[in-house]
Structure formats: structure tokens, C-alpha cells
Design a protein around this ligand. Sequence first.
Ligand code: AMP
Length: 281
Amino acid sequence: MIVFKKVDSLRKYLDAQISKKKTIGFAPTMGALHDGHLSLIEIAKDKEDIAVCSIFVNPTQFNESSDFEKYPITIQSDLHKLLEVGCDVVFLPDVEEIYPDGREYVNPYDLGDIAGRWEGAHRPGHFDGVVQVVDRLLNIVQPNTLCMGQKDFQQFSIIQRMLDLKGGTTELVICPIVREADGLAMSSRNVRLNQVDRRTALSLSKALQSIKDNYKTEGIDQLIDKGKEQLSHSNIKLEYLTIVDGKTLIPLKDKSDSDYPVALVAAWVGDVRLIDNFILK
Ligand code: AMP
């Protein structure tokens, strides 16, 4: 496994591989790696010859500076995990390497309605930062396949739209959510949950599981009302629980509105903000 900190040296290496007809799979991350991230590397490796992982805590996608400051950094253990899973290349840039001309950014892509809803509404500026960094990383790595997690469902939809508008040949692959044994979606933020909040956080995946289990027999409003009941807890501050069409992210009024329904949830558990989702069909 080779670690690069500079764009030029990474590009030189990848160009040499491309001239040998090697293909590139890429998983961008912010580090504090868990098995969910590692599954992306495995999928990248399955699909292409070379798996590249970037670790970069992107300052421009944090709408709250305290969230950025508290973001866990565990580079040594990340590198160890990447080595174990057979990652070929790690890109570990600093902020100046990613934004040599400064962090100011005017998003050139018309992302339409999907960026304004849900996470977009609750985290103003977040998706501009995500698009900014993914666009930059794609220009640097130029992968054949880009692996991103279903865990960040809306992010996945937005990056797909960005790729459609950007053109090019990179294929985006959605990678299933990896969960803890009890069902909690793995997240780098989980380490910030105390023992009690960790148990409370389980309500998110349980509420989504109930929605999935009862999707055939109950109506949309009933499913959401029951889900909200499961999430009514003194230490949970629900931001949204909704059932949307997975392509437009518009909430369903009726089940016949979509053949790709997805339940999305975002909530604060204590002082940790968590998101999760289930594809319902
Ligand atoms: P992050 O480091 O949180 O920005 O995540 C980097 C990538 O890993 C994103 O594409 C996420 O959707 C994906 N990811 C995060 N958590 C999981 C998980 N539990 N299962 C699968 N993929 C995940």
C-alpha cells in the first residue's frame, strides 16, 4: 500500500498504472474508518484493479465548526485497517493541497430540488461543500468507479446528479449500509455516543425496520406516526423521519407514488447527530 500526500506524486503514480491498462476504483472518506468504509474499499477492489482511498476531513462541508473540531482523527489505525483490507493507494492530502486557490466556492452544478431537502435544509451549505470536495477529488483521482455508501443516501443522489451534469465515464456504485450486530448503522460519529446514548440510538434503526416490516400492510401516514412514536424519547431530538421516492427525494403521499421508496431519518441523540435509512422495496 502506498500513501501519497501530494497531488502531483499521486497523479504520476496513477498515470503510470493507467499506461499499464490498470483501472481505478475510488472511495473518498473522512477517516475514523470502520467496517462500513472498508466495505467500500473491498467493492472498489472487486470492480477495478487498483483501490484508492482518500482520507480528508473536508472543512467546507461542516456547517457547524464544533462538529468539524470534534471530528475523530485516527490516521494510524486507519492506515492499518486499509492495509489489512488490501487497499492499494491512500491519498492523505492537507487542506492546501485540496484547495490551493482557497476555500471559496460557487457550486457550478444545478443540483435542483434534491439538494434543498432533508440534510440540505438542516445543514445549510453542507452539500455545496460535499460537491466541492468530491469534484476536486474526482479531478485528481479520475477513477473508473466511485464507491459511495447508501448510509448517506441523499449525498449519493446528489453526487449521481453531479456526475450526470459533469459528464465523463466515472461510474457511481451505491454500497450497502454496514451495521453493528444490533442494527445501529456504523458511523464515525458513534464513538462520541456515551453508553446510555448508544442504547438510545438503536431506536433509529428499529423505527426504520418497523417501517420496512409493515410497509406492505400500512399507509404512509400510519407508518410515519408509529415510527415517530418509537423515536419519542427525552434524549432524541428528531429532525426528520420521512418516506420518499429514492430518485426525487420527494415525500410520498401514497405508496403508489413510487416503486423505489426509501425511509430516511435524522436525529440528535444527546449531542451526536445521526442519520440512517432503509430502502423499503
Ligand atoms: P465519511 O467518512 O463519513 O464521509 O464516509 C465516507 C463514505 O463511507 C461515504 O460514501 C459513506 O456513505 C460511507 N459510509 C459511511 N458509513 C457507512 C456504513 N455504515 N456502511 C457503508 N458505507 C458507509
